[in-house]
Design a protein around this ligand. Structure first.
Ligand code: DC
Length: 637
C-alpha cells in the first residue's frame, strides 16, 4: 500500500460508512520494545503499519531480536536480554521521536554504546529531556549542542535508580526513564504533575515487571525496579489520534455520518471528542470490545470553543481540530500549544498556513493559537504537508470541508506513510469517490522549448518524480551504436528496446551501462530520431512509461507523445514552445540546423509524430524565467 504523493480532494463530498484506523502508535512502539526485552516470543496483532513503528521494529531487529511477520498479519517478536547485542551500525529512527526517546531509555540499560540517528526533521528535535535523567542514572548521552540534538551516542550499563520529577508533560520522557529503570540498581521513581499516556506502566505491569503507580495530585508517581519481562500476546486497538481526522470529516462535511471503529479508549486519549462536543458536534461513543469504542460523527453546524492543552496532552489532534475550528462560527482559542513548534515540523506555523490557505484565518500570540472560523464551508486550496503526516491528513479533511466543486491539492501527501499508509484508501471508501487519480502532468514540445528545465522544476515543486522519456529513446540509440547496430535496422533496434533494462533518474543506465553523458553526444542526437520513429521501439517504451506512472503514484512526464499517447489521462498537459532562435541558443550542444532537422523528422514521422495534444495548454517560454513558467503550469492544477 503506497500512499499517493499528491492527493487531489473534491470539496463537499460527504463521508459515509465505517473505517478502522491503524494500530495505536504508542502501544505499537511499546509492544515492540517490550517484546525485545521479554524472555520469549511476544505476538502482536494489529501492529501499526506506519513507518514510525517500522523504525522501532528495525531497531530491535538490528540489536538481535527476531521479528517474524506472520500470515495472519500478526508480528512475532523473539526477545530476551541474552539475545540482544550491539548493533552493527546506528539505529535509524527515521522520523519517529517516540522510537528515539524510548530506545534511548532501553539502550541506556545495555552494556555497550549505541548510536541513534534520525531524518532531518528528527535531527532538529531536542533530546535533552531524556539525556539529562538518563545521564543522572549513569548513562553517557552525547548529542549536538545545548539541546542535545540527534544523532545520539549512548553509552549504557551499570545504571542506578533516580527520583525524577518531570518538568515537561511527556510520556516519551517518562517511558525512557522507566525503561532504563528496568536495568537499574535500586528504585527508579518518576513523578509527573500531569498524567501523560500510561501505556508503558500498564504494559510493563502486564509483562510482570516490578512496577507500581500511585496518584500524585493531578498526576502520578511511577516506581520501578529491575525486572525480568515475560512475553505477552496482545491486540493493539485502533489509534485515537488517527481517528480524529475522519471524526472531524464526519462533523464538518455536510451530509456525513462516519463510524470509526475499534478505537483505543484509554484515559486522556479522546479529549478531542469532548472538544468537538463542546463545539456542538454530534459525536457519540458506542462501546466496542473492551478497551475500545466506536466513534460516530454526524455533520452539523459547529461553533467556537476554548481548548486547553491538558485536554489534548500530546497535541496530536490539534491539526484535525484546527479544521473543525476553521469551519466553526467564531474564534476557537487553543492555549498552551507552544509544544507544537517542536513536532515533526513547526506545526503551529503549519496549522496557521493551512487554515489561511483554506480560507479561514488564524493568529498566534505567545503559545496561544486563535482560529477565526468562517462559519461554513472552506475554499479549495493548495497545501504542502512539509513532510508532516498529521498536516497532510488534516489538509485532506480541510479539502473535504471545502464547498462543493472546490478542488484541493495536498502535496507531500506521501508523509502519511509515517502513521496511516491507507488514509487515502479509507477516504475513498468513505466518500465513494473513486481512487483519487494519481496526479500526472504531461509536458511536451520541441527541442529547446524548456521541457527538461520546466518538468524538473514542476516535479520538485509537487514533490513527485519526473520521467524524461526522450532519455529512454536516447539510451536505446546509444546502446545500438555501442553494439554496432545501425539505427535504421528497425528489427534489430526494436529487439534491443524490448530486451534492455532502462533506468532514467539522475543517471541514465541501460543494461547496467551508465550512458548519462553519452546520450547527449552529437552521434546519439543524430541517431535518436530514427530510433524514436521506429514503431517497434515506441510500443515497448510507451508500455514501460505507462508502468512507471503506476509504480510511482503519478509524476511529471516529458516527451513528444506524453500528453497524447503515454499519459492521455494527465490532469494537466502543457505544450511548451519558444522561438526557433531561442531554442537553438538553448541547445548549445547542437547546431541550429541539427535542431531543425530533428524537429522535421519528429513531426513528419508516421509513428506518434510531434503534435500538440488538443487539450494541452500552449505556453511560449521565449524570454520568460523558469519560475514564471513553473508558476503558470502550477496554476493550471
Ligand atoms: O527530448 P529529447 O530531445 O531528449 O528527445 C530525443 C528524441 O526522442 C527526439 O528525437 C524526440 C524523441 N522522442 C519521442 O519521439 N518521443 C518521446 N516521448 C520523447 C522523445
Amino acid at each position: 500500500m503506497t500512499a499517493p504523493r499528491v492527493l487531489v480532494v473534491h470539496g463537499g463530498v460527504p463521508c459515509r460508512g465505517e473505517v478502522r484506523t491503524p494500530g495505536e502508535k504508542s502501544i505499537s512502539h511499546r509492544a515492540v520494545l517490550l517484546g525485545a526485552l521479554a524472555e520469549g516470543t511476544s505476538v502482536v496483532h494489529g501492529l501499526s503499519d506506519g513507518a514510525d513503528v517500522a523504525a522501532s521494529l528495525a531497531a530491535v531487529e538490528a540489536m538481535g531480536a527476531g521479528v517474524e511477520r506472520r500470515d495472519d498479519g500478526a508480528v512475532g517478536v523473539h526477545g530476551g536480554r541474552g539475545r540482544l547485542h550491539r548493533a552493527d551500525g546506528p539505529l535509524d529512527c527515521g522520523n519517529s521521536g517516540t522510537s528515539m526517546r524510548l530506545l534511548a531509555g532501553l539502550v541506556a540499560g545495555l552494556e555497550w554504546e549505541t548510536e541513534l540517528v534520525g531524518d532531518e526533521s528528527l535531527s532538529a528535535r531536542p533530546m535533552d529531556r531524556v539525556a539529562e535523567p538518563l545521564g543522572l542514572m549513569g548513562a553517557t548521552v552525547v548529542g549536538h549542542g545545548e539541546r542535545c540534538l540527534p544523532p545520539l551516542r549512548i553509552g549504557g550499563g551499570a545504571l542506578h535508580g533516580i527520583d525524577w520529577t518531570s518538568r515537561v508533560a511527556s510520556a516519551q520522557v517518562k517511558s525512557a526513564i522507566i525503561l532504563a529503570g528496568l536495568s537499574a540498581s535500586g528504585t527508579t521513581v518518576v513523578r509527573e504533575a500531569v498524567t501523560t499516556r500510561t501505556h508503558t506502566e500498564e504494559m510493563l505491569a502486564e509483562a510482570g515487571a516490578d512496577i507500581t503507580v500511585e496518584p500524585w495530585g493531578d498526576g502520578r508517581i511511577v516506581t520501578v525496579r529491575a525486572s525480568r519481562l515475560e512475553p505477552v500476546d496482545r491486540t493493539v486497538p485502533g489509534d485515537p489520534s488517527a481517528s480524529a481526522f475522519f471524526v472531524v470529516a464526519g462533523c464538518v462535511v455536510p451530509g456525513s455520518t462516519v463510524d470509526v471503529a475499534g478505537v483505543y479508549s484509554g484515559p486522556a486519549r479522546l479529549g478531542y471528542v469532548s472538544v468537538l462536543q463542546r463545539m456542538g458536534a454530534d459525536v457519540t461513543l458506542l462501546p466496542g470490545v473492551p478497551g475500545t469504542v466506536t466513534i460516530r460523527a454526524t455533520a452539523g453546524p459547529l461553533h467556537a470553543t476554548e481548548v486547553g492543552a491538558s485536554e489534548i496532552p500530546s497535541l496530536d489532534e490539534i491539526p484535525a481540530l484546527a479544521v473543525a475550528a476553521a469551519v466553526a462560527q467564531g474564534t476557537t482559542v487553543f492555549s498552551d500549544v507552544g509544544e507544537l513548534r517542536v513536532k515533526e515540523v513547526d506545526r503551529l506555523a503549519a496549522v496557521v498556513t493551512m487554515v489561511e490557505a483554506f480560507g479561514a484565518s488564524a493568529t498566534v500570540e505567545g503559545d496561544t493559537l486563535a482560529i477565526h472560523g468562517v462559519g461554513g464551508p472552506l475554499r479549495g486550496a493548495r497545501f504542502d504537508s512539509l513532510g508532516d503526516h498529521r498536516m497532510a491528513m488534516a489538509a485532506a479533511v480541510a479539502g473535504l470541508a471545502a464547498r462543493q466543486g472546490g478542488r484541493s491539492l495536498v502535496t507531500g501527501f506521501g508523509a502519511v506513510e509515517t502513521s496511516y499508509p491507507g488514509f487515502a484508501d479509507d477516504m475513498r471508501r468513505l466518500t465513494g469517490v473513486d481512487a483519487p487519480r494519481p496526479l500526472l502532468v504531461a509536458i511536451d514540445g520541441p527541442a529547446g522549448a524548456g521541457k527538461s528545465t520546466v518538468s524538473t522544476a514542476v516535479a520538485e515543486h509537487l514533490g513527485v518524480q519526473r520521467l524524461d522519456t526522450g532519455a529512454m529513446y536516447r539510451a536505446v540509440a546509444a546502446l545500438a551504436l555501442a553494439r554496432g547496430i545501425r539505427p535504421d535496422d528497425a528489427a534489430a533496434v526494436a529487439a534491443l528496446a524490448a530486451s534492455s533494462v532502462i533506468e532514467v533518474g539522475e543517471l541514465v543506465v541501460i543494461d547496467g551501462v551508465d550512458v548519462t553523458a553519452v546520450i547527449r553526444s552529437p552521434e546519439v542526437g543524430q541517431a535518436v530520431s530514427v530510433v524514436a520513429a521506429n514503431p517497434g521501439v515506441r510500443s515497448h517504451l510507451v508500455q514501460r512509461q505507462k508502468a512507471w506512472a503506476a509504480e510511482h503514484g503519478g509524476g511529471v512526464g516529458e516527451g513528444r507523445d506524453i500528453g497524447s499517447v503515454v499519459f492521455p489521462q494527465a490532469q494537466v498537459k502543457v505544450y511548451l514552445t519558444a522561438s526557433p532562435e531561442e531554442r537553438a541558443r538553448r541547445r548549445n550542444d547542437e547546431a541550429p540546423e541539427g535542431v531543425a532537422r530533428r524537429d522535421r523528422i519528429d513531426s513528419t514521422r508516421d509513428a506518434s509524430p510531434l503534435r500538440e495534444a488538443e487539450d494541452a495548454h500552449r505556453l511560449d517560454t521565449t524570454g520568460r524565467t523558469v519560475e514564471d513558467v513553473v508558476e503558470e503550469v502550477l496554476s493550471w492544477l
